[in-house]
Design a protein around this ligand. Structure first.
Ligand code: ATP
Ligand code: LTN
Length: 339
């Protein structure tokens, strides 16, 4: 009989910049919702962040700031394991082992790599190319069964399933689960405020393209006021926004922030222009984000406390991952070592 894996959530966010409204709606807020329902493990994936150049002092700052964002958004270290990837050696170790299971052809199909490498694919780091094998290791080092992510990460979680299946098949085992991507809500893909066809991203060179969790009320209002839109009034349902990606994005953001469905929201705003809609959206965004930003600032006033929380999280994570990776080594035929 096939092994039944205990339900467990794992997810990660890269500290490659300040977190955005996209990270909040697509990931962080949903991480908080899962807490208490199921075992939850959340990771700041600094080993992923260094696949592109990170200035060392900034990376340290961004990692603590991302931790502050998790805590401010409601992640409770007593209920969730919150830690930094590089503090737990199992990730890099299993990452290597799984890069020997994954196939080059599988990596070649990854659209995030193609987007990030652009025309310069020969000059990017080897790590950027191998990144999905490390992500598979993040998930499988905990034998996690569910992975809440935004839409853009679906392909990587599916690749993790392929890697787990090949490992299980090659070694005649059912050791690894087949983790499922969990993609839910109105904002699984928040778009750039400057270009409705591009994902809002913390590493976009244009700061006006995103709302940062560190933005104050004025900055949020100004970015929303300047967000690209069109001159038409809002229709009565989402059907009418099919060819208006920028308008659709703002409506989805509003709905995700207010908890309404996009159609219910449009029923209220039908016939109105962005002159009315944008200020309402800005007020709503500020009311949701301001308490989080305030708490983040307080937490950032005591970085030693953040470090203490992260180190305690790393111990808990290590206690779970280390025996799992030791067993994977044994399955692969390595002689039992000191750990
Ligand atoms: P980078 O720009 O450095 O690639 P990013 O902003 O895309 O970073 P990640 O750290 O790669 O953020 O993603 C963390 C989580 O946030 C993932 O689950 C991802 O799917 C989700 N996410 C990122 N951007 C968005 C977005 N615009 N809309 C919805 N979810 C998002
Ligand atoms: N690749 C993800 C970040 C990430 C992740 C993970 C998400 C790294 N490891 C494990 C879920 C589970 C990204 O770029 N958003």
């Amino acid at each position: 009989m096939a092994r039944v894996h205990t339900p467990r959530i794992f997810s990660g966010i890269q500290p490659s910049g300040g977190l955005t409204l996209g990270n909040y709606l697509g990931a962080l807020r949903r991480f908080v919702e899962k807490q208490g329902q199921i075992e939850t493990i959340y990771c700041l994936v600094d080993l992923h962040a260094i696949t592109v150049w990170q200035e060392p002092e900034r990376l340290r700052h961004q990692t603590r700031e991302a931790a502050a964002a998790f805590l401010a958004a409601g992640i409770d270290p007593a209920q969730s394991v919150l830690f930094v990837q590089s503090h737990v050696p199992a990730h890099a170790e299993l990452g290597w082992m799984l890069s020997c299971v994954a196939r080059v052809g599988w990596m070649n199909r990854m659209t995030q790599f193609k987007d990030k490498a652009g025309k310069n694919a020969e000059a990017v780091s080897l790590g950027l190319y191998a990144y999905p094998a490390l992500m598979a290791a993040d998930i499988l080092a905990y034998r996690a069964t569910h992975v809440p992510v935004g839409e853009d990460q679906k392909q990587h979680v599916e690749l993790t399933r392929d890697i787990a299946a090949k490992f299980n098949h090659d070694y005649g085992t059912d050791f690894f689960p087949s983790p499922e991507p969990v993609i839910e809500g109105a904002a699984t893909r928040v778009m750039s405020l400057r270009d409705g066809t591009k994902k809002m991203s913390k590493s976009d060179p244009s700061d006006a393209s995103r709302i940062n969790l560190t933005d104050d009320a004025d900055a949020i209002a100004q970015k929303i006021r300047k967000a690209r839109t069109d001159a038409d009034p809002l229709p009565g349902s989402m059907e009418g926004l099919k060819d208006r990606p920028e308008a659709r994005n703002l409506v989805n953001i509003y709905a995700a922030l207010s908890g309404e469905t996009p159609d219910a929201l449009l029923a209220r705003f039908e016939g109105q222009g962005f002159g009315t809609f944008k200020p309402a959206l800005a007020d709503l965004a500020v009311s949701v984000l301001e308490p989080i930003t305030r708490r983040m600032n307080e937490l950032m006033g005591d970085p030693a406390e953040i470090d203490r929380i992260l180190l305690a999280g790393a111990e808990k994570a290590d206690a779970i991952a280390s025996p799992i990776v030791a067993e994977a080594r044994e399955i692969m035929g390595m002689i039992r070592g000191p750990r």
